[in-house]
Design a protein around this ligand. Structure first.
Ligand code: HEC
Length: 140
């Protein structure tokens, strides 16, 4: 009786092991995705994080955090400026920047309405740039 319980436990452990390893999402010997695209995607996740932080700060009227989040987004945009040569993309980045400056100045002057309006403009700028990128990809 005891032996069969042990055998059953072993069986469960072995089946469990195979089930887990079959689900392993990234087998080690599979080729990696293209590096530049992965980097860009990581950058965009950062953007999403700070954009979210801006919204939270607006809701809390937390001006110091608001200013920092806008500055962080500005820093990311500057890095993109250096990496991305096309004129159209740079134009979009400039629009994006302008909206961030609006958030920053709203935070510095503790003007919640001004900062909120700039945040809405920033959201439009996120969407507009993505729309443009999608159009370009469709044309290729
Ligand atoms: C100047 C252009 C531009 C602006 C402005 C911009 N993005 Fe992006 N974003 C891109 C590009 C290019 C991609 C495509 C990346 C890819 O295909 O991997 C992208 C993709 C993304 C993605 C998808 C990433 C993924 O995992 O596939 C998210 C999320 C994102 N952006 C968030 C934002 C947010 C939030 C903002 C505004 C705060 C923003 N982006 C502003 C150019 C921009």
């Amino acid at each position: 009786m005891k032996k069969s319980a042990i055998a059953l436990a072993c069986l469960i452990a072995v089946v469990g092991f195979f089930a887990v390893s079959a689900q392993d999402p990234q087998p080690k010997d599979q080729p990696k995705q293209k590096a530049p695209k992965e980097d860009l995607s990581a950058v965009m996740k950062e953007k999403l994080r700070f954009a979210h932080q801006i919204l939270t700060s607006l809701a809390r009227e937390d001006y110091p955090q608001l200013e920092v989040a806008a500055q962080e987004l500005g820093r990311i945009a500057r890095e993109e400026w250096a990496n991305e040569p096309t004129d159209e993309y740079r134009t979009q980045l400039q629009v994006f920047w302008t909206t961030l400056e609006g958030i920053e100045s709203g935070a510095q002057r503790k003007q919640i309405d001004e900062a909120t309006l700039a945040y809405m403009q920033m959201t439009l700028s996120c969407v507009k740039c993505h729309k443009l990128i999608r159009r370009e990809q469709q044309q290729q």
